[in-house]
Design a protein around this ligand. Structure first.
Ligand code: NAD
Ligand code: MG
Length: 392
């Protein structure tokens, strides 16, 4: 049996992970589940999966969960805080850790799993954006295997040669073709972008996801974060990654080889496919997702991203090129801007403007330690919050 910790089990990815795990009860044992504040959902998951541990980031919520579990005589032990998250990520009885906390909040628990040498099923792209270099170094040092859950990176992983770590040139890879749906506003007249609501931004045409990543998809900062994620995961540079808008989200990304071949991975837009892939790799297991009916799909369209509509994409590209703490600054400013938009404090078009203003005011430094990265995150957050208040 494989012991599994699901960090962020109450979220969209967490729920899909438990759906896959429940289909294979002889293969996976859920050892720990975690959430931020959703007591009701974590309580229900504890009753269903009977994990050894449950962690709530919020201490008050943890007490409430423990009280409710005691009432129904559920033996799950409840922990709290970042320390609780870190400890269940590193348990000896756990081999796989699903990293599905949203945002930089996932960095420390995911890093704890890396340092404990686990198989990391990495959904939490922000962790890699903030601390890519440190993360990959620690994975190497501790023999941790990082398998991408992000559908694009999972697709790229499936299309890459097995020895891609030797470098693109040696293995004959020309470039990565990173697909993007273009989100809900791909065709909206530009002058209307300033008036879109959080509900409209979260209504993704193809994927059902948490609210933060849904807004990121609408601004295409999601693709920007994924560009950075791809550079770290596949040891490459932004020049070797071409973003391709593909509105149907049937091809999840491609790898182009020097001989002219392009390999693609296709499937329904359902995260249980990449989750099941990474949970079983190098084997294959059922995920609950049906096969693709190509006659129903009928056509696949492609177009280049529009830089005027999606300025976040070039902000992200500039950040990875600048290096050091620049991606951490970008990510923190984006998290603040997205939260301010979701709370209806700023308009949709203020998101890229706010991020750019933060990046203009702060100077990136070498990302030489975790403390430096966390400090960059704090600094950019504080400045973004200050700038967002001025916009209200
Ligand atoms: P979500 O908002 O649905 O869930 C987030 C989870 O993280 C919840 O369980 C929540 O309780 C927990 N959480 C939030 N803040 C926390 C904190 N401060 N401390 C501890 N736990 C906290 O998000 P999601 O859509 O499931 O996305 C999770 C991650 O996966 C994100 O990094 C996202 O970019 C990535 N991802 C998601 C999808 C998708 O289809 N949803 C696809 C690709 C990548
Ligand atoms: Mg993705």
């Amino acid at each position: 049996m494989i012991g599994l910790t699901v960090l962020g089990s109450t979220g969209s990815i967490g729920v899909s992970t438990l759906d896959v795990a429940a289909r294979h009860p002889r293969r996976f044992r859920v050892v720990a589940l975690t959430a931020n504040r959703d007591v009701g959902k974590l309580f229900a998951q504890c009753r269903q999966f009977q994990p050894r541990y449950a962690v709530m980031a919020d201490a008050e919520c943890a007490r409430e969960l423990a009280r409710r579990l005691a009432q129904v005589a559920c033996p799950t032990e409840v922990l709290s805080g970042v320390e609780g998250l870190e400890s269940v990520a590193a348990l000896a009885e756990v081999q796989f850790v699903m990293a599905a906390i949203v945002g930089a909040a996932g960095l420390l628990p995911t890093l704890a799993a890396v340092r404990a040498g686990k198989r990391i099923l990495l959904a939490n792209k922000e962790a890699l954006v903030v601390a890519g270099q440190l993360f990959m170094q620690e994975a190497d040092r501790n023999n941790a295997l990082i398998l991408p859950i992000d559908s694009e990176h999972n697709a790229i992983f499936q299309c890459m040669p097995h020895d891609y770590r030797r470098g693109f040139a040696r293995v004959g890879v020309e470039r990565i073709l990173l697909t993007a749906s273009g989100g809900p506003f791909r065709q909206l007249p530009l002058e209307r972008l300033s008036r879109v609501t959080p509900e409209q931004a979260c209504a993704h045409p193809n994927w059902s996801m948490g609210r933060k990543i849904s807004v990121d998809s609408a601004t295409m900062m999601n693709k920007g974060l994924e560009l950075i994620e791809a550079c770290w995961l596949f040891h490459t540079t932004p020049e070797r990654v071409q973003v391709v808008v593909h509105p149907q989200s049937v091809i999840h990304s491609m790898v182009q080889y020097v001989d002219g071949s392009v390999l693609a991975q296709l499937g329904h837009p359902d995260m249980r496919t990449p989750i099941a892939h990474a949970m079983a790799w190098p084997e294959r297991i059922t995920s609950g997702v049906s096969g693709l009916d190509l006659f129903e799909v009928a056509r696949l369209d492609f177009e280049p991203p529009d830089p005027r509509r999606f300025p976040c994409l070039s902000l992200a590209s500039q950040a990875i090129t600048a290096g050091g703490t620049a991606p951490a600054l970008l990510n923190a400013a984006n998290e603040v801007a997205v939260a301010a938009f979701l709370e209806e404090h700023i308009g949709f078009d203020a998101i890229p403007a706010l991020i750019e203003a933060v990046l203009n005011d702060l100077t990136p430094v070498a990302a030489d330690s975790l403390e430096t990265l966390l400090e960059a995150d704090r600094e950019a957050r504080a400045l973004a919050e200050q700038k967002a208040r001025k916009l209200v």
